[in-house]
Ligand binder design. Structure first.
Ligand code: ATP
Length: 255
């Protein structure tokens, strides 16, 4: 079953076509990679899928409905969550509060109840805390729950960002360079976590990544972007052996 389908998606900035003819179809439950050289348009594609930019042309169907014209928070409510290339945490808040905040999109108490801290607020707040801790457990951050986010080492900040995105209870999770700045051991652990959360939370995942060991190791299918256009798609094996991809991006590194 198709969960996400982008058709003829493009984005022009001034005279520059950052993304053109971006056609991508992702099935429910798939783990898909998006790779390409620097400046190929990968982050712009994520920004289109999450409503940061409105497409110049094209459509994005998600779970049977178009996302075009929706604001980022509305797209999150529809079930799309993301992380960013340059980590965006609430840097002055605790690790636990960073995850709890994502839940507030979903809880049912009103502003008045939350300000007065009455009624449903207490029981829901306890429930949120328990769920948030569950996500911190997954990402081995429970011991750090009271630390201020900006004081965490870089790799842990990246993991916290994924935990926070998951707390929004998405159907589709978009990860923008999740392994950036991680050492090989952290990258290996991250791969295992990505596999595990996909299974555990019934997720579909699209990830941008330059670390080929991660992309080839974890993704079932890969799209390759060059100068804004998809130039290839296929299994990791097919992508590794695709002459056009080797020329455009992989070079000698896969031989
Ligand atoms: N807001 C913007 N205004 C103008 N040009 C932009 C804007 N955002 C991106 N671009 C341009 O669009 C092109 C694609 O950029 P984008 O950041 O999407 O590439 P990328 O594949 O994510 O690159 P990287 O791997 O380096 O992160 C680049 O030429 C970039 O300079």
């Amino acid at each position: 079953m198709t969960l996400l389908k982008a058709t003829h998606l493009s984005k022009v900035f001034g005279g520059l076509k950052a993304v053109s003819s971006f056609d991508v179809e992702i099935n429910k439950g798939e783990l898909v990679g998006l790779i390409g050289p620097n400046g190929a348009g990968k982050t712009t594609a994520f920004n289109l899928l999450t409503g940061v930019y409105e497409p110049t042309t094209g459509d994005i169907m998600f779970d049977g409905k178009s996302l075009v014209g929706l604001k980022p928070f509305q797209i999150t409510q529809r079930g799309v969550a993301r992380t960013f290339q340059n980590i965006r945490l609430f840097s002055e808040l605790s690790v636990l509060d960073n995850v709890k905040i994502a839940y507030h999109l979903h809880v049912k108490y009103g502003l008045l109840e939350s300000v007065l801290r009455i009624g449903r607020y207490h029981s829901e707040e306890d429930e949120i805390e328990q769920k948030a801790i569950k996500f911190l457990d997954v990402f081995k951050l429970t011991d750090k729950k009271d630390e201020i986010a900006k004081n965490l080492p870089y790799g842990e900040q990246r993991r916290l960002e994924i935990a926070r995105a998951l707390a929004a209870q998405p159907k589709l999770l978009l990860l923008d360079e999740p392994a950036a700045g991680m050492n090989p051991q952290e990258t290996q652990e991250l791969m295992n976590m990505i596999r595990w959360i996909r299974q555990e939370f019934d997720l579909t995942i699209l990830l941008i990544e330059h670390d080929m060991s991660l992309v080839m190791g974890v993704c079932e299918r890969i799209y390759v972007l060059e100068y804004g256009s998809i130039i290839a798609q296929g299994t990791p094996q097919e992508i590794k052996n695709n002459p056009r991809v080797i020329e455009a991006y992989l070079g000698e590194e896969v031989h």
